[in-house]
Design a protein around this ligand. Structure first.
Ligand SMILES: C[S@@+](CC[C@H](N)C(=O)[O-])C[C@H]1O[C@@H](n2cnc3c(N)ncnc32)[C@H](O)[C@@H]1O
Length: 192
């Protein structure tokens, strides 16, 4: 499914979904059980979404924002959980997407967006919007394919808004993944 979409949409960025066991490793340690609102960017086929829902509480809300129309439609058909909303659109519109749902703050943000493949203005807006709505105790968790210079690229990208808490390398996923957990810089935090 990814391969077909990748041929016309480079931002799909992968030919296969992340493998289940690496999703578990990427999300380990994130207190999803305590979150009331979780936002996911780039759910694709929903491999992370399913795990977020499995670990989430009975009354949490999960808002999954997917830019690829086909992937968003297929995910809506496949995942039927009253706690989940799949929004077809770009993560840069987070403020509007939250406002339309009378939400302002988010407890966790999990992103599979390939930041190296999208325009600079879009990726910077996504970071600024995320920092604007992520709670001071929340985590911005990003995973990216490992490419030369990719780790430094992502760290440089998020630096104006976030401080890095932890990084992980998932070498045996195909493609190998680099996972970064960050918190909103204290001087920018919206709820301190
Ligand atoms: C590498 S895939 C990850 C898919 C899935 N989460 C997984 O782990 O297999 C990246 C996903 O991000 C989506 N995407 C890319 N740019 C986006 C954006 N600006 N906003 C929302 N989703 C985006 C792509 O369509 C694709 O589904």
């Amino acid at each position: 499914m990814y391969l077909k979409e990748l041929l016309s949409d480079i931002t799909v960025a992968s030919i296969v979904p992340t493998r289940e066991r690496y999703v578990v490793q990427a999300l380990s340690g994130l207190p999803l059980e305590e979150a009331r609102v979780v936002v996911e960017y780039g759910p694709g086929n929903g491999v992370f979404t399913r795990h977020i829902l499995e670990r989430g509480s009975a009354d949490c809300r999960v808002i999954a924002i997917e830019s690829n129309q086909t992937l968003a439609r297929k995910l809506s058909e496949r995942l039927n959980d009253p706690r989940l909303e799949i929004v077809q659109g770009c993560a840069r519109d987070l403020s509007r997407i939250l406002a339309e749902r009378s939400l302002s703050m988010v407890d966790q943000v999990i992103s599979g967006i390939p930041f190296t493949l999208i325009p600079a203005t879009v990726r910077e807006t996504i970071c600024a919007e995320t920092a604007r709505h992520l709670s001071s105790r929340g985590t911005f968790l990003l995973y990216q394919s490992q490419i030369p210079g990719g780790r430094a690229f992502v760290q440089r990208l998020i630096r104006p808004w976030f401080t890095v808490r932890q990084t992980k390398e998932l070498f045996f996923n195909l493609p190998p993944l680099y996972v970064l957990e960050a918190a909103v810089r204290q001087d920018l935090s919206p709820d301190t």
